[in-house]
Design a protein around this ligand. Structure first.
Ligand SMILES: Nc1ncnc2c1ncn2[C@@H]1O[C@H](COP(=O)(O)OP(=O)(O)OP(=O)(O)O)[C@@H](O)[C@H]1O
Ligand SMILES: [Mg+2]
Length: 326
């Protein structure tokens, strides 16, 4: 399952992504964690020190390698130059799997040891001056979108993405690439307004959105969230001393996380697992085509000098069980 954490700045996306990753790893699930925020914090939240976090390879700087690997022998994609963030896979493309070894993971993922197991961590990379003005073409999160569009994840496999709720993911199709999206909201008007905006974008694309209340203190906070978001409220998390200890550079064993928070993480997993049955790979493929055409006409054709609509393989549906082109 592909799971995104979104929400207002500072709401706790990174914290809850990292706790969820720790939870999944602790129950033995294979997990790829992706930091899709240009302000990189997921590595630190997973326990990397500054040096280790800074040494994480940036996916955005390895786009060439990612594109060349993924396009494989797809005859519709003539070169990496004409492959944009929304270029969909087709016959001859290479696909990614959660558990395998491949050159994309070799170049972009690093193993991070957690209590009870290891997670593969990938990061889009920080925003640099060189990105200004070419945000569409070289979009850092474009690398994440490309990978998700070429990823075939199975039952009991997880990809957890720490995202911003920003406009970047709406301009592209990134916000539609998940089985479930957890919107982290503090019990405040601002927290809830980000939810409303997200819900609005999500509505037309069948995005499954659930609210995770964070930094919730008491009944009044829960009532507020319930009043504002109704049944979209999945679970709430209170202040965690475990998290605070981590922030002080005194990490505790994951087993010492507060019981209420452990239960909340189980609720998140149950909600994510329940989406497996609802999967619709045809719709998933159709949506990537939709966003590809949108990006092609709005900037891609002009920028690449190619007719990017011709990259679409009309007979192709991304799904489990496809054999990878070698
Ligand atoms: N449940 C919690 N208990 C204690 N502290 C928390 C909790 N959730 C978040 N925090 C703290 O709140 C701060 C912001 O959290 P975090 O960095 O996860 O938010 P974010 O949404 O990822 O922010 P950004 O938008 O900057 O990426 C951090 O200092 C974090 O430790
Ligand atoms: Mg963050």
């Amino acid at each position: 399952m592909k799971i995104a954490f979104v929400g207002k700045g500072g709401s706790g996306k990174t914290t809850l992504s990292s706790l969820f990753v720790r939870h999944l790893v602790s129950v033995g699930a294979p997990v790829v964690a992706i930091d899709a925020d240009i302000n990189q914090h997921l590595g630190a939240a997973l326990g990397l020190d500054d040096e280790e976090a800074a040494a994480l390879p940036a996916m955005g700087e390895r786009l060439r390698l990612i594109k060349d690997y993924l396009r494989g022998r797809n005859p519709r994609i003539a070169s990496a130059e004409t492959m944009i963030k929304t270029t969909p896979p087709g016959e001859g493309s290479r696909l990614l799997r959660v558990r395998e070894h491949n050159p994309v993971y070799d170049a972009c993922a690093r193993p991070v040891d957690l209590d009870g197991g290891t997670v593969r961590l990938m990061a889009t990379g920080p925003f640099t001056d060189a990105d200004l003005g070419v945000a569409c073409y070289h979009s850092k999160t474009g690398a994440v979108e490309l990978c998700l569009n070429h990823l075939v994840d199975g039952h009991d496999e997880y990809v957890v993405v720490d995202m911003t709720a920003g406009s970047d993911s709406f301009a592209s199709g990134l916000f539609t690439r998940f089985d479930i999206t957890f919107l982290v909201a503090e019990p405040t008007r601002k927290g809830v307004s980000v939810y409303r905006q997200y819900k609005e974008y999500a509505r037309d694309f069948g995005v499954l959105l659930k609210v995770v209340g964070n930094k919730v203190q008491g009944r009044d906070d829960i009532d507020f969230l319930r009043d504002e978001v109704g049944d979209d409220l999945l679970v709430t998390v209170g202040h965690s001393d475990w998290v605070r200890s981590m922030e002080k550079g005194r990490p505790l064993r994951f087993g010492l996380l507060e019981e209420a928070d452990r239960n909340a993480l189980r609720t998140l997993q149950t909600a994510a697992d329940a989406t497996y049955e609802l999967r619709d790979w045809e719709r998933y493929t159709r949506q990537m085509v939709h966003f590809h055409l949108k990006n092609a006409t709005s900037w891609g054709n002009e920028r690449t000098g190619a007719d990017l609509a011709a990259q679409i393989d009309p007979g192709f549906v991304l799904k489990e069980g496809l054999t990878a082109a070698v």
